[in-house]
Design a protein. Structure first.
Length: 284
């Protein structure tokens, strides 16, 4: 009999994976983590019944959460990553030659070590990049206390339930604004809008006191089920959200970066939101 893993993000709807081999599993009083092999998606990591990342489709999420703000900014020298222990965001950030320094704040060293072991292609050696400064700390404490300043902040956190919830709070957004340079950009994952539209509304509401321009852009990640994933966008300069295609093409070509999902056309198109999201945001 074949073993299967049923995702439990929603009570009345889910997705199922066959487990070809369990690579790691740990159950504590507060959480359950499993890493397993699946024929279609390769190595899969799930936490508390929710798929976190898979080897096959991670590139969509990591490229869009990284390259959209970095190419929109055009001259980001200092980048801050909150979370992202699998190293996928760090891998993409370090592809940018203009980036001189990247700080990554991850709450648990064990997450990084585990992902290096079982999902090595996510980081692909990025943790050893001399520009990378890995800080093991609480993300919300870091942004509210640090004296460092950054051009782009990327929040790569779990869904807003349990430990990840504070990274969707007003205090966290205020802290991020506090350590952003003028002309800076903040982005964060924000769930699948069709299934979690209230999260999109809440995020816009909480970002609005701190940023002149708050919006969202989309990416289709197969294992984040229910349609397009929304990625939160916040900046003080609204022009950054609509950089011209020719400018993005020039920056992309100059970078020499090879991608599998991101390109300048996808960048521009990602900000075109479905009407139901626009209507939901208009209610805020």
């Amino acid at each position: 009999m074949m073993t299967t893993y049923l995702e439990k993000l929603y009570d009345s709807y889910g997705q199922q994976f066959t487990i070809d081999e369990v690579l790691f599993e740990q159950q504590t009083d507060s959480w359950h983590l499993i890493i397993f092999r699946n024929e279609m998606f390769g190595t899969v990591m799930a936490l508390d019944g929710i798929i976190q990342t898979t080897e096959r489709d991670e590139f969509v999420y990591h490229e869009m959460l990284t390259h959209v703000p970095l190419f929109a900014h055009g001259a980001a020298k200092r980048v801050l990553i909150i979370g992202g222990g699998d190293g996928g965001i760090l891998r993409e950030v370090t592809k940018h030659p203009e980036v001189e320094h990247v700080t990554q704040v991850e709450i648990d060293q064990a997450v990084i070590d585990m992902c290096k072991t079982y999902l090595p292609n996510h980081s692909a050696g990025a943790f050893d990049d001399p520009r990378a400064n890995i800080v093991i700390a609480d993300g919300i404490e870091y942004v509210t206390q640090t004296d460092e300043k950054f051009d782009v902040i990327i929040s790569d956190c779990t869904d807003p339930v349990g430990p990840g919830e504070v990274l969707f709070s007003s205090t966290f957004y205020e802290g991020c604004k506090r350590c952003l340079n003028e002309g800076g950009i903040f982005v964060a994952q924000n769930g699948v809008a069709f299934m979690q539209i209230e999260e999109v509304q809440t995020t816009k509401r909480r970002l609005s006191p701190y940023f002149n321009d708050q919006s969202f852009y989309c990416a289709a990640v197969p294992t984040y089920i229910g349609g397009n994933m929304t990625l939160a966008w916040a900046a003080d300069n609204p022009v950054l959200r609509s950089v011209e295609l020719q400018t993005l093409e020039a920056r992309f070509a100059a970078s020499g970066i090879q991608t599998r999902y991101y390109n300048p056309q996808m960048h521009v198109g990602a900000f075109a939101l479905p009407q139901y999201i626009i209507d939901a945001l208009d209610e805020v």
